[in-house]
Design a protein around this ligand. Structure first.
Ligand code: LLP
Length: 388
């Protein structure tokens, strides 16, 4: 059953499109589900803020007591402005600029997740110049195939992320020599929208191997950070609104050998926020083509770039005509002057007409936050369930 009942549709139809419609009750249930799984365990979840920086979303995540994973100085600033404490902030990213590093040092963030040896040296130098010691975790590239879209795979040797295992000896040498960094943790992130849980099991095995090597060299490690990546069900957002956190966390419980006193950290983005929003759009025109009919929407790749960029699937629903059978095929496209501005081809929908309201589902993650002003489009608005 769709989350859009007649009552909600009537209210949504009165609102000018396009806009993101947030149902923060879903976010709340998601956060509760995570808390239930991690309670009593030495687990800490940092929300990967890059997935969505909407103020109400952040307020809710903050009040649930999560930490935050940032990848830019502006994300750190945004997190601080939303009440996250500096010591709840992990800072990742392959290209941290000097001013971003200094900003993190000034604010006293929890950790810099170091992605290369040259970065390690720069962080050490900048910390020294400020009379500080930078708390660091080393991000490793575990060379594991996340079995997801190649643009969102990050843990293979051919990817730009993290330090490779073959650089270990030189890393150990630097870690001993450098006085202005303090090694706290080991960090990993192998990709996004991962649905095959055996991938996380492989990650655990790699972490265990690496832990042994650090132990042999007498480096004490306080936390292991396994990143994010848990996928969501884009095909059945109503049936599966809350991701299967139980199975996800149980893989780590079962296969990752945490040592005495160690914490296990996670950086979940998509799985926390994807299902709490839909992009709402109106049909501007239905245009007959030679092989297909086009439904042209007033939202496009400027509001939601995922389909154009990763050929990703989002369920498209004509919520004005829910009672009718979906037996016609349409290519659903946006108004932007690019052929890739397409939300889906041969999508089954009921007979669709101008002004019908279309919901593009599961767009809470990497949706609003990746919007652009290309074609000088207006900034996309956000509407919340308790406002309509
Ligand atoms: N930690 C690190 C270091 C990351 O790079 C990411 C995502 C995450 C955590 C959160 O991963 P998640 O739990 O959301 O899978 N724009 C793409 C996704 C890019 C993900 C980048 N890194 C998309 O729309 O699919």
């Amino acid at each position: 059953m769709s989350m859009f009942n007649t009552d909600i549709v009537e209210k949504l139809e009165a609102i000018p499109t396009p806009f993101y419609y947030y149902d923060l009750r879903i976010l709340n249930q998601t956060l509760n589900a995570i808390q239930q799984e991690v309670q009593g365990l030495p687990y800490l979840v940092h929300y990967a803020i890059k997935a969505n920086t909407n103020t109400k979303v952040l307020e809710q995540i903050h009040s649930a007591g999560f930490g935050v994973d940032c990848v830019s100085g502006n994300e750190i600033n945004c997190a601080l402005n939303h009440g996250f404490k500096a010591n709840q902030i992990a800072f990742a990213g392959v290209g941290k600029s000097d001013s971003e590093i200094k900003f993190g040092l000034e604010k006293g963030i929890f950790t810099f997740n170091i992605e290369s040896i040259p970065e390690l040296l720069v962080v050490n130098d900048l910390a020294k110049s400020m009379g500080k010691i930078a708390p660091i975790a080393i991000r490793f590239n575990p060379n594991i195939n996340a079995k997801t879209h190649h643009y969102i795979t990050t843990g293979l040797e051919e990817n730009k992320f993290g330090i490779n295992f073959w650089e270990l000896d030189s890393l150990f040498e630097f870690l001993r020599k450098l006085d202005n960094v303090n090694l706290l943790g080991l960090h990993f992130h192998i990709g996004s929208q991962i649905t095959d849980m055996s991938v996380f099991k492989s990650l655990c095995n790699r972490v265990n191997e690496l832990q042994k090597l650090f132990k042999e060299k007498s480096f004490a490690i306080q936390h292991i950070n396994v990143g994010g990546g848990l996928g969501v069900n884009y095909h059945e957002p109503d049936m599966d609104a809350i991701p299967d956190f139980k199975t996800f966390f149980s893989v780590f419980k079962q296969f990752l050998d945490l040592q005495q006193g160690q914490e296990l950290h996670f950086e979940l983005g998509r799985s926390i926020v994807a299902q709490c929003a839909s992009l709402m759009s109106r049909v501007l025109y239905v245009k007959e083509g030679i092989k297909t009919n086009f439904v042209i929407l007033d939202a496009g790749m400027t509001e939601l770039i995922r389909p154009a960029l990763y050929q990703s699937y989002h369920k498209v629903e004509n919520i004005s005509k829910q009672k009718q059978e979906s037996n016609l095929k349409y290519d659903v496209v946006g108004p932007i002057c690019e052929s890739s501005d397409c939300f889906g081809k041969a999508i089954l929908m009921p007979h669709t007409e101008r002004n019908d309201l279309i919901a593009i589902r599961s767009t809470g993650a990497y949706g609003e936050v990746m919007a652009s002003s290309y074609n000088l489009r207006d900034k996309v608005k956000a509407i919340y369930h308790d406002e309509i």
